[in-house]
Design a binder for this molecule. Structure first.
Ligand SMILES: *Cc1c(COP(=O)(O)O)cnc(C)c1O
Length: 459
């Protein structure tokens, strides 16, 4: 391959932040999420951000309705997280985790063990959400090797799920909306049943679990685990489902000797109104417990990539009893101290419990301000849970076009498929939130029947 510099468009290399943003270079050379390299959608230049405001290179400020893909829950440039990271950076930015340990990882793990359900005692520090899911799936397979049932290798899940973009994660994403068709035989074929149907506040009918039961009855001897996003199916459609579904699913997993993996990557740390979404699902006053739990996104307050996979003593013991005797995963940047310090600071902010008031205020305001969108002609549904507000359209929207409209209105909202939704930072002010909901209603009202680009993207 010819690696000459001649056809490259940059003239000098510099990392000076004050340079004008080189949009042309970006367009020619840098991939953005779920985009084409030859027909790139426009990207906006952001130079700084504070609390719930993003500052563009031209000086405009946008109210952020996305929390940077659901992660930046305390807002940008929060002094407590920034100080913690500065302090850690000057001491130890990174050191390998093989044969070495450090306080940031230990302090973070202590907090996580204390705040999650009592059975979850073991912590694997992963580098991103998708990796946390890979780790969870590997744990489940290795566990059954240690319990002398190595034939339990298949994973069961529901449709409309989203668990990440790496290969094993893809294999448990929605088979139609996900990337199964695109990558064909390279994606492992797992088992799917219908998505949960009853919405969060609807009446739950136990027969909804019949299909899951039937599947487990026939195939439990080869199924290692069920994986599911608790309460909110996020990138697979922003669907809120009934907590009793999760209660029933836990009982089925126990009955058929199958592990339950909860993917709380989108929902963890307060977003749905509970610290963890599984806390909505209670039976005899006891919240549903996962055997394996994945956390990510808001874990560091959205400041730097980090995720974790937690498991029970029993799962850890099974893995130790497997022929390998060890758990076979260990990324280069495992336990990164800088990321752990950000996560510790973010969890300290959550520990003040201000998030509860913040989320309930956001929820109340979203319910009252989004309600009227139900009357708009192209709107199929409007739904709200915790700090999540969703307008579902009848058909797929043109993300690039709507994005520009939103920016012109002074807000940052990124629709996908037929969904115009917000998950704002918990610190958003009432006025800023009104600006978001007004923009959502205004833009929604301009959408004409069947207008779409023919291109559906998660991003
Ligand atoms: C975002 C997400 C992931 C993937 O996380 P990445 O950090 O993007 O790899 C996995 N599961 C759920 C539920 C998510 O929302």
């Amino acid at each position: 391959m010819n690696t000459e510099n001649s056809n490259k468009t940059f003239s000098e290399s510099s990392t000076d932040n004050d340079l004008a943003i080189d949009f042309e270079f970006d367009k020619q050379h840098i991939w953005h999420p779920y985009t084409s390299m030859t027909n790139a959608l426009p990207a906006f230049g952001v130079t700084s951000a504070k609390e719930s405001l993003l500052t563009l290179d031209d000086g405009r400020q946008l109210v952020d309705g996305t929390s940077s893909w659901w992660a930046c829950v305390h807002g940008y440039s929060h002094p407590q997280i920034v100080d913690a990271m500065h302090g850690q950076l000057s001491k130890l930015s990174h050191v390998m985790f093989g044969g070495i340990t450090h306080s940031p990882a230990i302090e973070l793990s202590k907090k996580l063990v204390a705040m999650t359900s009592a059975n979850l005692t073991k912590v694997f520090l992963a580098d991103s959400g998708s990796i946390a899911v890979e780790v969870a799936l590997k744990m489940a397979l290795q566990y059954w090797q240690g319990r002398e049932q190595p034939q339990k290798q298949r994973i069961l899940t529901v449709k409309c799920g989203y668990h990440g973009d790496t290969f094993a994660a893809m294999s448990v994403c929605d088979p139609e909306g996900g990337m199964h068709t695109m990558f064909g035989d390279s994606v492992t074929q797992h088992e799917f049943v219908s998505a949960p149907q009853a919405t969060f506040d609807a009446k739950f009918d136990q027969s909804e679990l019949d299909e899951m039961r039937a599947k487990l009855e026939v195939q439990h001897s080869e199924i290692a685990a069920v994986i599911i996003e608790p309460i909110l199916q996020g990138a697979g459609g922003m669907r809120f489902y009934h907590p009793d579904y999760l209660v029933g699913l836990r009982q089925l997993c126990d009955e058929f000797n199958v592990l339950l993996i909860l993917d709380e990557i989108a929902t963890g740390f307060g977003r749905t109104g509970k610290m963890f979404a599984y806390e909505h699902a209670t039976h005899n006053g006891q919240a549903v417990e996962a055997d394996i739990l994945c956390l990510g996104k808001a874990l560091t307050g959205g400041y730097i990539s980090l995720a974790v996979t937690m498991c029970s003593d029993e799962v850890a013991q099974g893995i130790s009893d497997s022929p390998a005797g060890v758990f076979m995963h260990g990324p280069t940047f495992m336990g990164n101290p800088l990321a752990c310090s950000a996560a510790c600071a973010s969890l300290d902010i959550l520990a003040t419990n201000e998030w509860q008031g913040q989320i309930s205020r956001i929820e109340t305001q979203l319910r009252s301000e989004l309600e009227e969108a139900k009357a708009l002609p192209e709107v199929k549904d409007v739904r709200v849970l915790g700090g999540i507000g969703v307008i579902e359209m009848n058909s797929v929207v043109n993300t690039a076009e709507l994005q520009q409209k939103f920016v012109d209105l002074g807000v940052w909202i990124r629709p996908f498929a037929n969904l115009i939704y917000i998950m704002p930072p918990y610190v958003i002010t009432a006025e800023q939130l009104t600006k978001l909901t007004s923009a959502m209603k205004h833009v929604t009202s301009t959408i004409l029947p069947y207008q779409h680009s023919g291109f559906i993207s998660n991003g």
